[in-house]
Each structure stands twice: as structure tokens, then as C-alpha cells.
Design a protein around this ligand. Structure first.
Ligand code: ADP
Ligand code: MG
Length: 459
């Protein structure tokens, strides 16, 4: 089944390439076409990238300077998903064997070192650019360092070591560096890969006795980025190899950029000499995001959505989801999809319901006493009135709100809540919950009061 799909995609991509070539031929004429376009070979593809090979560096440079944009736009017309076209060089030393990787896809033994090269750098996400990165206190150092590395002609610090918790933007920054370097100079060779992929390729090279070729491809690189290097820990031979590659590149003054979830000192299972070398250059950490930065990110991202998410919802999310940006994005996307489905703006209640799972994991625990305190302050009554027998509206209503919040924000049972409010019966609590629900639906300003209280209690 998977094989079928792959063959189908392959046939599609090849057909697209034929059409693209035809268009370009019409546009640039036969002579130019023969010299430059006809010699390109479709080598590989995935969901959104196509790799073509040129027979020499000379042709490759010319293509990049003169034809790449045309190829890109014609291809985009054929297939909206293709947003990246890369040109590699494969010299035809063996003219009889013109089979490309595509044609010999399942025959591993025919793989050459060039095949490894072609697939070694991972795709870059086009959304991960500097302009899409929101900067605040927690990530300003990492951001500045990343910019510096991508703008410098020389090597400002080596390596640049970025670290921080999950979903704080390490991968985003690395891709942004790669985009920027390529934009400034398309000929600079940038390899971005995860440490896992590095290991995978290294082990594969070992198996095919291809380690020389494996090392060779790093020799020609200008910038090497290895993401999530914590995954190399403990794997002795790969760590050894990584260390050599690393040293060799540093010695040649090639820029290295490494990311991990911890600082070099705190990385476990890494040899001492490696640890110290990782810390040689600039070590920049990304701190957990502040409320302001979370809100800034949400505002920026929500502007790009088709549906409008009200500001108070964004604030609510920024308060409630404190863990990582990926979760913030997930929440936004879910809300946006829902809102466009139902065709109206979302409110806090819908959010609570839609994001139950996300909110639960990052929810702060509140207790009944805190609720009573906040509610009394808010309505300007004495805390003791939460459990007093007084029944005047001025104290009874706040008390009901506090019961309602206790029911919704804590896991306490109705009888227990009743007890904490001056030994009242659980039916009194039920009545209070219903009453407050009813009022929230009827009275917008009352509803706002309750929302405000919820926000204050949970942040
Ligand atoms: P990490 O690699 O640190 O685990 P990622 O770089 O994959 O995190 O970031 C997770 C998601 O959050 C990505 O979609 C990324 O675009 C987004 N993101 C992280 N930080 C920011 C930021 N400061 N501004 C905008 N988007 C961000
Ligand atoms: Mg990452």
C-alpha cells in the first residue's frame, strides 16, 4: 500500500517535472534550454521539496542565479505543496550508469556516497523565519546570537550552543539561521539535521562501509547545525564520530550550531572532553516564557489566522497555558478551526470546553479558601460572610459565586463545599451553581465579573 502510494507520487512528480521543463523551454528557447535545463536530473522529492542534480558546480551556480525562481514558480503552479527546490551536483563519472536514486530506490547496494549527501540535510520549515519569531526577555540572547551568526561573514563564536526546554523555539531559530544564510548567499552549504538523523546516517554508513564518504560530506560544509544533541548521549561510537567531525569543522573555522535541552554542563552521558568543547563558544539559553511573551506570540499568530480570536481569549490562553509555544499554537489552531466551523466568535466557556485537555495539564490548583478570599475582596465584603448566616443580597450573591467557582475550579464534592460555607447543605450549593449559571447567561456584566475572577484565580 505504502509502496503503491510512493510509486504514484513518484509518477506525479516526474510528470510535473516534464511539464515544468516544457514551460521553461517555451520561455527561454531551445538553445538555453539545452545548455541549462535539459541537463538537470530529478533526483529526489518529498512532500514539499524537490531535489534536482546538475552535472557540475558551474551549471548549478548558473541555475541558482538565473533559473531557480522560474523553476520554482512553474513547479508551484503544478503542485502547490512544493515550496523548495534544491540543486545538488552529481558529476557523471560513469556515463553508462545514468540511473538516478529515484529509479533505483529499492536497491540499497547501488547507493553511492552522493545519495547519502543528498538526503543528509533535513527540510527547513518555511514558517520558521526570524520575522516570525517573537522576541522577549526570555529569548533575546538566543535570538541576537542567532541573528549574528547568520549575518556574519566570518565565524563570530564557535560553536553557538542553544539550549532550553521543549517547544521554546530552538528548532525555529536554527531554521531561521539557515534561511537567512541561504538568502544572503545561496552557495553557502548549510546542513541542518537532528542528532538522531546524524546517528542514523552514521550507523548506516558503518553498515555500508561508507564512513569515508560520510565524513567527506561534512568536509565541504560551511555551516553545520545539529539539533537536539542530547540524543547523542551514551551512544559511544556515534559520539566519538560526532566529536571528530565537530573538532575537524571547528579547526577549519566552519560555523557549528548545536541545540540541546540542557546546558553543556548538565548534559548527561556525554564525555568530558566533548562537554567542555561544546561550551567553548557562545552558550545561549532560552528561558521559560513570560506571560507577556506568551501573549505577544499568541497575538502575532492569531493575526495570521482566518478567524478572529478575541483579545480576552488570547489573554486567557496566555495565562492558562504556560508550558510551551507548541501548545499555545495548538490551542489557537483548534479554536480557529472551531470558530470557522460554527461561524461565530468564541467565548471563554467554549474555550474551556474545547481545550479541556490542554488546560488541565497546565492548570494551577486553587483551593476553596483562596476562592472565598478573592471573591470577598472583589465584592468588597468580609471573608467571614462567606460562612455567615446573613442572607442579604449583598453577601448572598458573592457567596453563591464563590460556591460556583469552588465547584468549577476545584475537585471538591458538593457536600464538602457546603460544609466550608458555614455548614450549608449540598442542595444549597447546587442552587447557587444553577443561579450563577443563569445569571452569567442573562447578565453580561455579571458574566464579566465571573470571568475576571476565574482569570485572577488561575494565574
Ligand atoms: P523546540 O525546538 O525548542 O522544542 P520549536 O522551535 O520546535 O521548539 O518551537 C515550537 C513551536 O513554537 C514552533 O511552531 C515555533 O514556530 C513556535 N515558537 C517557539 N518560540 C517562538 C517565538 N518566540 N515566536 C514565535 N513562534 C515561536
Ligand atoms: Mg526542536
Amino acid at each position: 500500500m505504502e509502496q503503491d502510494n510512493e510509486n504514484k507520487n513518484l509518477a506525479e512528480i516526474q510528470a510535473q517535472w516534464v511539464t515544468v521543463r516544457g514551460r521553461i523551454r517555451q520561455k527561454i528557447g531551445d538553445a538555453q534550454f539545452k545548455s541549462w535545463i535539459k541537463v538537470l536530473v530529478l533526483e529526489d522529492y518529498d512532500d514539499h521539496k524537490v531535489i534536482l542534480s546538475a552535472p557540475s558546480n558551474f551549471v548549478r551556480t548558473r541555475i541558482i542565479e538565473q533559473y531557480l525562481d522560474i523553476i520554482k514558480s512553474y513547479w508551484l503552479i503544478q503542485n502547490l505543496k512544493i515550496n523548495d527546490i534544491q540543486i545538488t551536483v552529481i558529476k557523471k563519472e560513469n556515463t553508462k550508469n545514468t540511473s538516478t536514486k529515484l529509479e533505483s530506490k529499492n536497491v540499497d547496494s547501488t547507493k553511492t556516497d552522493k545519495d547519502i549527501f543528498k538526503s543528509i540535510s533535513s527540510d527547513l520549515d518555511n514558517r520558521f523565519t526570524f520575522s516570525n519569531f517573537i522576541v522577549g526577555k526570555p529569548n533575546e540572547l538566543a535570538f541576537a546570537a542567532a541573528r549574528r551568526v547568520s549575518e556574519s561573514k566570518d565565524v563570530p563564536f564557535n560553536p553557538l550552543f542553544l539550549y532550553g526546554g521543549v517547544g521554546l523555539g530552538k528548532t525555529h531559530l536554527m531554521h531561521a539561521i539557515a534561511h537567512e544564510i541561504k538568502k544572503r548567499n545561496p552557495l553557502r552549504r548549510v546542513i541542518y539535521m537532528s542528532a538522531e538523523k546524524f546517528m542514523y546516517h552514521f550507523i548506516k554508513a558503518l553498515r555500508f562501509k561508507n564512513t569515508v564518504a560520510f565524513k567527506e560530506q561534512f568536509r565541504n560544509v560551511d555551516v553545520l547545525m545539529i539539533d537536539d544533541v542530547q540524543f547523542i548521549s551514551g551512544k559511544d561510537s556515534t559520539q566519538e564520530e560526532f566529536f571528530h567531525t565537530f573538532n575537524a569543522l571547528i579547526d577549519q573555522n566552519k560555523q557549528l550550531i548545536i541545540s540541546a535541552d540542557k546546558s553543556p554542563q548538565d548534559l548527561e552521558g556525554i564525555e568530558e572532553r566533548m562537554r567542555s568543547r561544546l561550551g567553548w563558544g557562545l552558550v545561549a539559553d532560552i528561558h521559560p516564557l513570560t506571560y507577556e511573551l506568551r501573549l505577544g506570540i499568541l497575538q502575532a499568530k492569531s493575526e495570521k489566522l482566518n478567524t478572529k480570536i478575541p483579545e480576552n481569549i488570547l489573554e486567557f490562553l496566555a495565562h492558562k497555558i504556560s508550558t510551551n509555544v507548541r501548545e499555545l499554537e495548538g490551542a489557537l489552531n483548534r479554536l480557529s478551526a472551531f470558530s470557522s466551523l460554527i461561524g461565530r466568535e468564541i467565548n471563554i466557556d467554549m474555550v474551556q470546553d474545547l481545550l479541556k485537555d490542554l488546560l488541565k495539564s497546565s492548570q494551577r490548583k486553587v483551593n476553596i479558601e483562596e476562592i472565598q478570599k478573592k471573591v470577598s475582596q472583589h465584592f468588597n465584603i468580609k471573608m467571614s460572610d462567606m460562612s455567615s448566616a446573613r442572607r442579604s443580597r449583598t453577601v448572598a450573591r458573592p457567596r453563591q459565586v464563590a460556591m460556583y467557582l469552588s465547584k468549577n475550579l476545584t475537585s471538591r464534592s458538593l457536600p464538602e463545599i457546603g460544609r466550608r460555607f458555614g455548614n450549608r447543605d449540598h442542595t444549597t450549593v447546587i442552587h447557587a451553581v444553577r443561579k450563577v449559571e443563569e445569571l452569567r447567561n442573562k447578565d453580561a456584566s455579571f458574566d464579566e465579573d465571573v470571568q475576571l475572577l476565574i482569570r485572577m484565580l488561575e494565574s
